[in-house]
Design a protein around this ligand. Structure first.
Ligand SMILES: [Fe+2]
Length: 293
């Protein structure tokens, strides 16, 4: 089994192709659809890079695996599916909770499904899935969002926004239905219980302090050095830290655009909806004061 990483500089996102050389079996994890918010225009540079790699190595992606409904980039899953039409777009089954939540936030039409049926496959916790000669386990790791999953292929895990490089820490937990307490349990009970030599491939890297791009580490290194959640840190300390930090973070640049596309399995609608004051309670309160005399 081999792993090829693709980095989108604009959103700091890692897309991975996991494949069996010479066998043709592959999966794509978290593909990116490029989006310019000023022009409200999509483009395909990121998916084209992945497509070229797949074609060059004569790989057929059995699945496009989403670690969660991303809030910082649009998913390139539908573009890849048009090119590799036998592929299945898959995500954790708790996406239905996220769909219900965002259907009301975005005022999506009554007929918008919240049963996950836009995806080809919904995974249950601890499910073992075959993809040709590849096999992987789905591990629910809620916290950043309730539907977050980690995919484990043998000794390699793909953590999405649950666990980042040790110097970056963990994903934020302030999105609707996010939970720092759940994230703590997911990381300490479900990921740190894996063997120390387990390879960790993260979903983002923002190159803190201007360091080189890094996206691969180990469970042992995370437990020893994760700046926000090393092994042995108590839950109360982590939750207080995470909630305090999250309160200082600004909204991801493509939050409103990406979530509504991604809860619909990456289908790009004719128009996007931009709700006002739903993610900033302070501003909403100010509005409740009424017009300034
Ligand atoms: Fe995310």
């Amino acid at each position: 089994m081999k792993v090829e990483a693709f980095y989108d500089e604009r959103t700091g996102t890692l897309t991975y192709v996991v494949f069996e050389p010479g066998k043709g079996d592959a999966v794509v994890i978290d593909p990116v659809l490029d989006y310019d918010p000023a022009a409200s225009a999509t483009s395909y540079e990121s998916v084209n890079r992945v497509t070229r790699f797949l074609r060059k190595h004569e790989l057929t992606p059995h699945y496009i695996l989403e670690t969660h409904a991303h809030a910082d980039h649009l998913s390139g899953s539908q573009v890849l599916k048009r090119r590799f039409y036998t592929t299945q777009i898959a995500i954790g089954e708790r996406i239905t909770e996220v769909q219900r939540r965002f259907k009301s936030i975005f005022g999506l039409p009554e007929h918008f499904p919240t049963d996950g049926s836009q995806f080809d496959r919904l995974f249950t916790d601890r499910e073992i899935v075959r993809a040709g000669d590849l096999e992987f386990e789905v591990i629910n790791t809620p916290g950043h969002t309730p539907a977050c999953v980690t995919y484990r292929f043998g000794d390699a895990i793909f953590t999405g926004d649950t666990l980042f490089m040790p110097d970056m820490g963990t994903g934020r937990c302030d999105f609707p239905a996010g939970s720092a307490s759940d994230l703590y349990d997911s990381i300490t009970e479900r990921l740190y219980s894996l063997p120390d030599e387990t390879r960790v491939f993260v979903g983002h890297d923002y190159q803190p302090g201007g360091r080189e791009l890094a996206y691969q580490t180990t469970i042992g290194a995370e437990k020893a050095e994760n700046t926000q959640l090393p092994a042995g840190r108590d839950k109360k300390t982590f939750v207080e830290f995470r909630e305090r930090r999250d309160a200082t973070l600004s909204a991801p640049k493509l939050l409103l655009q990406s979530v509504q596309v991604n809860v619909d399995a990456g289908s790009v609608p004719r128009f996007l909806r931009i709700p006002i004051n739903v993610f900033r309670p302070d501003s909403a309160e100010e509005i409740q004061l009424g017009p300034v005399p």
